[in-house]
Design a protein around this ligand. Structure first.
Ligand code: 1OR
Length: 289
């Protein structure tokens, strides 16, 4: 009595769970920590949970051409790439299709654990590879809830964004792992013209305007208005150039953002759309001068 059902559930869950511990040298620990810090599913863990994950991980090596995961099989672990390159294939209507390659710092094999499903694709080592594996129990107790919640939370929002409409749903769901949320007050500068840029933004709530110096020595003029679902900040990342405009919150605003590295990795599939849309900026500016 006096203990809520929810609190009891938490205690019960953690109380019966004994995470595995695989001994590691300091050198191995450092390699895991480096990889976890770039792996979206793990960056948000607190220190205590991160430590449990580090202890539970197991080093395994796969020579080139060996199969790590077989489509249709039961899955009991997920993997993070330490060194090497691996290829992902999926049998779609009888045809074996190459979907993508995995590089150091990337994780795969999470789907079977997240959704209790058979392996959705086959993964084969392309070069000799060293991986870190994490068992299903540790994943379920420490990582899964937060990851499922994030993916579900953003699913509806992301599927309605024009830019992402044609993206593969699996790739879209991975965006949710990488998003960072930030809030702005009315009048806050999210981006300043001329500065170096490192983030890409999508508006979750609120509105913003873009202003740009069109005539030297004159005040910046409004060139765009952004609402829910609109994005900005892509140009500096696409072209490696300073910020081309200011973006100012015109209402209290909440955004999700990606840093340069995540942007390149996760929005690669829509880069041609971003580039095409960016050509419209020149028309807007031409109409103002
Ligand atoms: P898993 O546990 O199902 C195979 O084991 C892994 O391949 C899977 O987790 C993902 O980590 C990874 N569809 C399904 N699984 C994929 C995909 C994918 N890509 C990588 N995996 N698609 C590819 C999107 C470019 C959709 C294909 C229709």
């Amino acid at each position: 009595s006096g203990v809520s059902a929810e609190a009891y559930g938490q205690w019960n869950k953690k109380g019966t769970f004994k995470p595995p511990v695989h001994h590691k040298t300091p050198e191995q620990r450092n390699r895991i920590i480096a990889k976890l810090s770039t792996s979206f599913m793990f960056v948000a863990l607190d220190d205590k949970d991160k430590e449990i994950v580090i202890e539970a991980m197991k080093e395994c090596s796969f020579p080139a051409k060996t199969e790590v995961i077989k489509q249709g099989a039961d899955g009991s672990e997920l993997f993070i790439v330490d060194t090497g390159i691996l290829s992902c294939y999926k049998n779609i209507k009888g045809e074996e299709k190459h979907l993508k390659d995995y590089h150091p710092g990337e994780a795969f094999g999470e789907l079977a654990l997240l959704y209790n499903a058979p392996r959705a694709a086959t993964i084969i080592a392309k070069t000799d590879s060293i991986l870190w594996s994490l068992d299903r129990d540790t994943f379920n107790h420490i990582v899964k809830d937060a990851a499922v919640k994030r993916r579900e939370k953003y699913e509806a929002f992301l599927s309605k964004i024009d830019l992402l409409a044609d993206m593969d749903p699996y790739e879209r769901s991975q965006l949710a792992d990488a998003f960072i949320t930030s809030k702005f007050n009315q009048g806050d500068y999210v981006i300043k013209e001329g500065e170096e840029g490192n983030n890409f933004y999508i508006i979750e709530e609120g509105e913003a305007i873009a202003t740009k110096t069109i005539k030297k020595g004159h005040a910046p003029e409004q060139v765009k208005h952004y609402r829910h679902g609109d994005y900005f900040g892509e140009l500096a990342l696409l072209k490696n150039q300073p910020r081309a405009a200011n973006v100012v919150a015109s209402l209290p605003m909440k955004c999700v953002s990606l840093d340069r590295h995540s942007f390149k990795r996760l929005l690669g599939p829509v880069e041609s759309i971003l580039v095409r849309n960016a050509k419209k900026y020149e028309e807007i500016i031409a109409s103002l001068v």
